[in-house]
Design a binder for this molecule. Sequence first.
Ligand code: SD4
Length: 335
Amino acid sequence: MYNRRKFIKLSAAGASLAALSPSKFVQAAATAPAAQLPIVISTWDFGVFANKEAWKTLEKGGRALDAVEAGVRIPEADMKNHTVGRAGYPDRDGHVSLDACIMDEFGNCGSVAAIEHIAHPISVARLVMEKTPHVMLVGEGATQFAVEQGFKYEELLTPESEKAWKEWLKTAKYSPVMNIENKQHTPGNKYNHDTIGMLAIDAKGNISGACTTSGMAFKLHGRVGDSPIIGAGLYVDNEVGGATSTGVGEEVIRNVGSFLVVELMRQGLSPEDACKEAVKRIIKKKPDTAKNIQVGFLAINKKGEYGAFAIQPGFSFAVCNAEKQDLLVPGKSFY
Ligand code: SD4
């Protein structure tokens, strides 16, 4: 079912994304993923490092909600990651605008969209959930709330991101690059989009999820993707499981993708089959668009079984529990 891309010892201090080149594919793994709890899973290669941080909370018996927030803050803070958090590439007009959401085992959720000048949108989303009667804050209001809560207001456009944006302005052609998440550390890949979606089940069996991104590089100012939208980029139902998505958010929103995956699991589908069905809907609705874009779903059910499916090859996800720290690629895709 899954190709095991590379076994990574998370304790190895020197582990780096550069070590995770596709040439390191090693073997096909067992067909039924084990489900030892607690467990954390997340999208793309860099999910390995985010999971490692989340695991620190889970292994101590901590809450899944705390684990996912701490986990996704790692790529948010990574200055080499131009697709999540503070070093994210800006929109068409040069503004770094970030999207994030979080959801807990009680069905509580919080979200910020198109927030600027705040480096950790996931933590703002959590405070929207915990300290306001609302679910979602956007734009200037989200920034204002963050500042009121003590977050630092800062310029997030890094010199590197500014250079890439100015280079892009020469042609100003908007064309999302497929699977750029796994190519972004490769020299020559300049334009990125990306998201980390993370799902965790803690020792008590409770599920939470988080999702954070800078969205599509050089998007229109004000564009919001699927990632901060509960039901699209992320959904958790503590009775059933959780799902998250990555790729071209517009197609995920059109199909309310993550909610769909969870509902399909409720009806008895395995996480992988549920993800596959959600991908199928996207393709069915817009077959011509789907040929040229990537969308991937990642899901986990209450038992801790996990699965993923993407339109195109190239999607990867990271899994971490007491038994394993794996980076996997779905064995199948549509194209
Ligand atoms: C978005 N879904 O803003 C995000 C981007 C992404 O892989 O996940 N890229 O549409």
